[in-house]
Ligand binder design. Structure first.
Ligand code: GLP
Length: 245
């Protein structure tokens, strides 16, 4: 695991965008695994800027997103599909037919999860997976539990996650209670993983996830076992790691 310290959110975003841009330049038809949340917004903004300058070309790129709320449609402003369109897809030359997210409107969870796993296989697997880190150590929507969930599955969101994500909704009551998410195995099968973390509120979980024991209570801790993980975290997020980093 490589840990790169950034000064602040802006610096983290540029460094992460550099890693993604390098991936796209090295393999123009790569498969990017993408994430939502506040962590990647700056990274996407930077990529859009470089696309506009002609430095990055998304024409042959395929994307698969980590997760989607269950029960809300892609047209709903709170959906992750909407987020991706408004934070990246609509501003670069990506082919919309090659952008994929779980379908939150498929009521058949078993079928939707199997479809998404199969799709990831069909596109050839993920070359570079971008991840944010939840306060409770979740990645995608893999919540802390007794076991590492394997494939794409439907998850009951924990209260702390609903609480953290309510900022995007009118109230906590409107936050969906379930989501479809890539599983830990799905994420671990990505050839490269890039984790971005910013802010002092993540300092405790950064220390636990990347320097603590590998346990399903801290889902992100499994990343310590992956052969090619780069963490780009700002100084505040790394402030509790001391000399470990
Ligand atoms: C959300 C998403 C994750 C995201 C995480 C951190 O619930 N499902 O994919 O990485 O929480 O979000 P943020 O970057 O806003 O802190």
């Amino acid at each position: 695991m490589k840990i790169i310290q950034a000064r602040d959110y802006g610096d983290m975003s540029r460094k992460a965008a550099n890693v993604i841009a390098a991936q796209v330049i090295m393999k123009p038809d790569c498969v990017l695994g993408l994430a939502t949340g506040s962590s990647p917004v700056g990274t996407y903004r930077q990529l859009i800027e470089w696309y506009e300058k002609g430095d990055v070309d998304f024409g042959d790129v395929t994307t698969v997103n980590l997760d989607e709320y269950r029960g809300i449609s892609a047209e709903n402003e709170q959906s992750y599909a909407w987020f991706m369109h408004h934070n990246l897809f609509d501003y670069v030359n990506i082919n919309p037919e090659r952008t994929h997210l779980p379908n939150g409107m498929n009521p058949d969870a078993g079928q939707e999860c199997a479809r998404y796993e199969e799709l990831i296989c069909q596109v050839g697997g993920v070359d570079l997976q971008l991840l944010g880190l939840g306060h409770n150590g979740h990645i995608g929507f893999n919540e802390p539990g007794d076991v590492f969930e394997k494939g794409t599955h439907c998850v009951d969101l924990q209260e702390s996650t609903i609480e953290a994500n309510k900022r995007f909704f009118a109230s906590a009551d409107e936050v969906p209670r379930q989501a479809y998410t890539m599983g830990i195995r799905t994420i671990m099968m990505a050839r490269k993983i890039l984790v971005i973390v910013s802010g002092e509120d993540k300092a405790d979980i950064v220390q636990k996830a990347f320097f603590g024991p590998v346990v399903p209570r801290v889902p992100a801790s499994i990343l310590q076992m992956h052969p090619d993980v780069t963490v780009v975290a700002d100084a505040a997020a790394l402030s509790k790691c001391g000399s470990q980093k």
